[in-house]
Design a protein around this ligand. Structure first.
Ligand SMILES: [Zn+2]
Length: 327
């Protein structure tokens, strides 16, 4: 097996592009836009979950990926609906690519499965030791209290999160912690329909419907994209609705950056630093490659813990690296 810096895995006589489109065989880990290039490319053999294809709006014919003698399996990655890790095995040698993942269960997802492997390619978005999130239930409770406090004083509350994944979790939070259905914008509604098709019940009110028109006469809760949950945007809403508008963003980056919002809650669909280390320890690979995000930092932290870890960067001039060999 070989892996190159552009995330192409050569295995036996085959090659698989991991969340890219550089080879004929392409694995698509999940439906976020920076991972679906293969679905926009012609003549590719695709390996992806049905949920990912539905969320990406892919309606073309799928040519299934084929690799002679290679055992391929998809494992839940706990990131968004349909997100998967790829496990490949040939001649007793195993490889896992995590894609984006988290270990915690959320209101809409089970946490990632972890299986032992010889070589691990792990995402490193929050690969720095200061990026450690509070318990998810605690964040949910804090958010619910803040929303309720603002609704009780007659305000409009706007919550911002990525339209696929985070927004559906925010809808579920409103359903389960507050017993209410939020108004959702159109791109979020499209993804909510796919979630429901695959069994995740989401009680919400799509914007531009009669029901939304009536609910929006008073104090209400809206789930939007992060852009609309900014102070500037909400100032316009305040003059339009003649009410106070409170806005909050839900993102793991709340730990590091200031948002132009009244609150930022550290709620992420990625593993935090502790989960990245836990994953590496539980899968006990002989070799680890870190990709996406703080790769250099995570690789160095893993090496300090005795792992054989390296950063994989598209910007680097690294060429094909043989598994099982030295540095
Ligand atoms: Zn993602």
């Amino acid at each position: 097996m070989r892996l190159d810096a552009a995330m192409n895995l050569e295995i036996g006589n085959a090659a698989i592009s991991l969340d890219g489109c550089g080879r004929t065989n392409c694995f698509v880990s999940h439906a976020h836009s920076d991972h679906v290039a293969a679905l926009r490319s012609k003549d590719r053999n695709i390996l992806a979950s049905d949920e990912t294809l539905a969320l990406a709006g892919y309606s073309g014919r799928i040519a299934p990926l084929s690799c002679d003698g290679v055992k391929l399996r998809l494992l839940n990655s706990g990131h968004i609906l349909g997100s998967r890790q790829l496990r490949a095995e040939l001649d007793g040698e195993s490889f896992v690519y995590t894609g984006d993942f988290k270990l915690q269960d959320s209101l809409t997802m089970k946490g990632a499965e972890v299986e032992p492997c010889d070589t691990l390619l792990i995402e490193s978005t929050y690969g720095s030791p200061e990026m450690v999130f509070p318990e998810r239930d605690f964040v949910y409770s804090c958010m619910a209290r803040w929303i309720k406090r603002n609704l009780d004083i007659g305000a409009i509350v706007v919550l911002g999160g990525y339209s696929i994944g985070k927004a559906q979790e925010l809808v579920k939070l409103a359903n389960e912690y507050l017993g209410m259905a939020p108004v959702v914008e159109s791109s979020i509604e499209r993804a909510c329909r796919v979630y429901e098709k695959f069994g995740v019940k989401l009680d919400r009110i799509p914007v531009k419907t009669d029901e939304a028109g009536s609910v929006m006469q008073g104090s209400f809760l809206a789930v939007t994209t992060p852009h609309a949950a900014s102070r500037d945007f909400c100032k316009n809403l305040e003059s339009l609705y003649k009410r106070k508008v409170a806005c909050a963003v839900a993102s793991g980056w709340a730990l590091r950056y200031a948002y132009s919002a009244d609150r930022a809650f550290p709620l992420s669909d990625h593993a935090d630093f502790n989960q990245l280390i836990e994953y590496a320890e539980r899968s006990s690979p002989k070799k680890i490659y870190c990709t996406h995000g703080e790769t250099v930092r995570l690789a160095s932290e893993l090496r300090r813990r005795g792992c054989n870890a390296h950063a994989l960067s598209k910007d680097s001039q690294m060429i094909l690296t043989d598994f099982g060999e030295g540095d």
